[in-house]
Design a protein around this ligand. Structure first.
Ligand code: ATP
Ligand code: MG
Length: 421
């Protein structure tokens, strides 16, 4: 039986990992520059956490979770996203007593049972941040800037920032009623999901993937036109901040997160190139979330970025990173005695942080020379009886063919001067 990777998963091969490593390093650097620290959360959690923290009317919870019962009879779910786990950890570890804002970033895998497409997988990766304790809007602008600066650092172009405000439970109450009245006469023309949403969560009908392009949805009343004074002020102040920084954005009234604990600022970074899987990053403010998961009332804001989508976009723009090679010298053995010397010498170099290689295949002298010629390693050092007797080694520069004589005891010093910075 041929065993293949499960549907919706993919290997990230050694030829691809350099770009992944660069992205992770740049993301961490940007976060650190803003005062964020890394959090690592469990891969699986109590299923209840996602029902409460993601919301049991969402597609993610209703259709996409990997839920199973463990041997102890607990209902466990592989995390479909990071926010719920970070919020649980914030509460469980008493982080509300730390000086606010408490700012954390993460680099995680996430799992969703979805129909596999380009940029849509069942196991995927997210970079994200969460910031607790500040009402904004300055922090909203900072959170958005972390993405902007990270994209700049990666050289990512043609990305559009879309922002919206979805108000607070107060301004949404009246609006929801208005939306229900608006959709009710047309409900029979809408999809089954929307028919369910009408009474429970009409806001979600605005970003329905099935009905979203219909005029009935496009012409629906817009929450952005019905914000209360405080929410309006918050949104205006956010725009002023973004204008001051010089970050371009468009206002997109269709971005919604139809759950009560999502409030005010919502945003997406969308590629101008790709079609439906073009949303690289989505986030927003969730002033009611910590409380709804059982913690003290705490405002918060965050986002999650799909790393596969980010890299697809970068690759489409021709980004490539050379594999990281740290091997400086290849040792060729002319005799068995030389092999023992090489074993010890390689260890001494490596323990000092200098990369080296030697034959591991039992190749004869000529075959070792041939390998060294092709291996793309900057230096070669042939060890024979003369070298063992004199302790003087010849280091050949493989680019220009020149040779330098170095005492065996001076090898580390020689390569330290040639190392990568
Ligand atoms: P979509 O509308 O594309 O399904 P979403 O609203 O479900 O996205 P979020 O829950 O906001 O996405 O997750 C944040 C980001 O994670 C997305 O913008 C996307 O880049 C990425 N993402 C979400 N689901 C997947 C997936 N199945 N495979 C790869 N990336 C994903
Ligand atoms: Mg989705």
């Amino acid at each position: 039986m041929k065993i293949t990777a499960p549907k919706g998963t993919r290997d990230i091969l050694p030829s691809e990992t350099p770009l992944w490593q660069l992205a992770a390093k740049n993301f961490a650097e940007v976060c650190h520059n803003f005062g964020y620290e890394e959090i690592r959360i469990p891969t699986f959690e109590d299923t209840n956490l996602f029902q409460r923290g993601v919301g049991d009317t969402t597609d993610v919870v209703q259709k996409e979770m990997y839920t199973f019962e463990d041997k102890g009879g607990r209902s466990i779910t592989l995390r479909p996203e990071g926010t719920a786990g970070v919020v649980r950890s914030y509460i469980e570890n008493g982080m509300s007593s730390l000086p606010a804002p408490v700012r954390m970033y993460y680099d995680i895998t996430a799992f969703r049972y979805e129909k596999m497409q380009k940029g849509r997988y069942r196991e995927f990766h997210q970079f994200g941040v969460e910031a607790f304790g500040s009402k904004g809007p300055e922090i909203d602008a900072e959170v958005i800037s972390t993405v902007d600066i990270f994209f700049k650092k990666m050289g990512l172009k043609n990305i559009e920032l879309r922002i919206n405000s979805i108000g607070c439970p107060n301004c949404r109450k009246a609006y929801n009623e208005q939306l229900k009245d608006y959709f009710r006469p047309h409900i029979s023309t809408m999809c089954a999901d929307c028919q369910n949403r009408l009474e429970r969560n009409p806001l979600r009908m605005i970003d329905c993937k099935v009905d979203g392009e219909k005029d009935i949805v496009k012409n629906a009343p817009r929450l952005i036109d019905h914000l209360c004074d405080e929410c309006k002020e918050h949104f205006e102040a956010l725009k002023t901040q973004l204008d001051a920084i010089g970050i371009n954005y468009t206002i997109d009234p269709n971005i919604v997160r139809g759950l009560d604990y999502y409030t005010r600022t919502v945003f997406e970074f969308v590629s101008k190139n790709v079609g439906t899987q073009g949303t690289i990053c989505g986030g927003g403010r969730y002033d009611g979330l910590v409380e709804s998961v059982g913690g003290p009332a705490t405002p918060g804001i965050g986002y999650a970025m799909g790393v596969e989508r980010l890299l697809l976009e970068l690759e489409a723009q021709g980004a490539a990173v050379a594999p990281k090679k740290n091997v400086q010298v290849y040792f060729v053995a002319m005799s068995d005695n030389a092999k023992d010397f090489i074993t010890k010498t390689c260890y001494d170099l490596r323990v000092n942080g200098i990369g080296c290689e030697r034959d591991l295949m039992g190749r004869a002298f000529r075959a070792q020379m041939k390998y060294a010629g092709k291996a793309n390693i900057p230096y070669m050092c042939v060890i024979g009886d003369d070298e063992l007797a004199s302790g003087k080694l010849k280091i050949k520069n493989m680019t220009d063919g020149t040779e330098t004589e170095v005492e065996a005891s001076g090898l580390v010093a020689f390569f330290e001067g040639n190392g990568e910075e």
